[in-house]
Design a binder for this molecule. Structure first.
Ligand code: ACO
Length: 323
């Protein structure tokens, strides 16, 4: 018996507070025009005082369970991709598990910055495929606003808060109708740590630190590495990358996404983009965009969807699934 990890439902949550480019331009030396032209971002959501990553993640997970027609007793694995945990320990996954009333199975966090959701999907697929767990919540949740230097215009304009979640279920390949995760490709090159990092941490400064990025250097790496990962995943699944129905990219920069679309000869109308209204929500951006595609009726059961991300590490990767 061969088991596939099939998406049964998805959910999203965005904090109420919206921060526009115009508002930002009153506190840092930037303009709405610069941010739109260089990134495609118009506004982003910011978590309220006291609203934690686990609150965002639990809200998205609840919506995903509802969409899947499941409840807490159906889930035996919770994996949270996040760079902004509530606490250094225990994991945000453990906190979310309790908030959802899940009393069985395992829960842990996974850290691969903006590539976290791809790493989490890949990890969970292995847990489900080997039969160890049956149904998983894969959550990307971030309060990146808490690790931004709000005086650094080169980073604070880019990020936002939010959470997205998918319910993945192990199903026998013979009855899955070709649905499920079809493959993934994960990479990391730790020699590029200095391009994108946080200047603090438990064992170094005993502080949380702030995001530091050599944005133009990351930008230069992005299109080539992301495209290569997408081509590799498609090739392994024996499909042409242009045969996909939907491209759900990590929402770091509209220019990176357009560069990948051009390089791989995809169509612009295949892209699910949320960047204008959400900015870069790190590990949450892929499930948020996926949910957007499902909610507005673009992504339908049986569609071929290609996901990709690049983030601190540098880490990058891609995943292919049949919805
Ligand atoms: N407003 C106005 N001017 C600005 C701003 C701003 N918000 N930010 C930077 N500038 C200025 C710079 O100071 C610089 O000025 P100078 O020429 O006088 O020195 C000029 O704009 C150009 O700066 P660049 O950094 O070269 O601008 P670029 O076109 O590369 O855009 C950006 C910057 C948007 C950050 C881009 O490089 C980018 O998107 N990089 C990739 C980000 C990414 O993919 N990150 C990975 C995921 S995030 C994660 O893992 C946590």
């Amino acid at each position: 018996m061969s088991l596939k990890a099939v998406v049964r439902g998805c959910g999203a949550y965005l904090p109420e507070r919206v921060l526009t480019n115009l508002e930002l331009s009153k506190t840092v030396d930037t303009t709405d025009e610069w941010i739109r032209e260089r990134t495609g971002i118009e506004e982003r959501h910011i978590a309220a005082e006291g609203e934690k990553t686990s609150d965002l993640g639990a809200a998205a997970a609840k919506a995903a369970l509802e969409a899947a027609g499941m409840n807490a007793s159906d889930i035996d694995l919770v994996v949270v991709a996040t760079t902004t945990p509530d606490l250094t320990f225990p994991s945000t996954a453990a906190i979310i598990q309790a908030k959802l009333g899940i009393e069985q199975g395992a829960a842990f966090d996974l850290q691969a910055v903006c590539t976290g959701f791809i790493y989490a999907m890949s990890t969970v697929e292995k847990f489900l495929a080997c039969g160890q767990h049956k149904r998983a919540l894969v959550i990307g949740a971030e309060t990146f606003s808490r690790i931004l230097d709000w005086e650094d215009r080169s980073t604070c304009v880019l990020f936002g808060d939010g959470a997205g979640a998918l319910v993945l279920e192990a199903q026998d390949e013979s009855t899955a109708n070709g649905r499920g995760l079809m493959g993934d490709y994960l990479r990391c090159d730790g020699r590029m740590v200095d391009l994108l990092y946080v200047d603090g941490g438990v064992s170094s400064t005993k502080t949380t630190g702030h995001v530091r990025m050599q944005g133009n250097k990351v930008f230069r790496e992005a299109v080539t590495r992301i495209s290569e990962a997408m081509e590799r995943v498609a090739e392994n699944a024996k499909i042409d990358v242009r045969d996909i129905d939907w491209f759900v990219p990590h929402q770091a920069n509209a220019r990176i996404i357009q560069g990948v679309v051009r390089k791989l000869d995809l169509r612009r109308d295949q892209v699910i983009s949320t960047i204008a209204g959400q900015g870069n929500t790190s590990a949450a951006s892929i499930p948020l965009a996926y949910c957007q595609g499902v909610a507005d009726g673009r992504i339908k059961e049986g569609d071929l969807v290609l996901l990709e991300a690049m983030g601190g590490g540098l880490t990058w990767g891609a995943a292919l699934l049949r919805a």
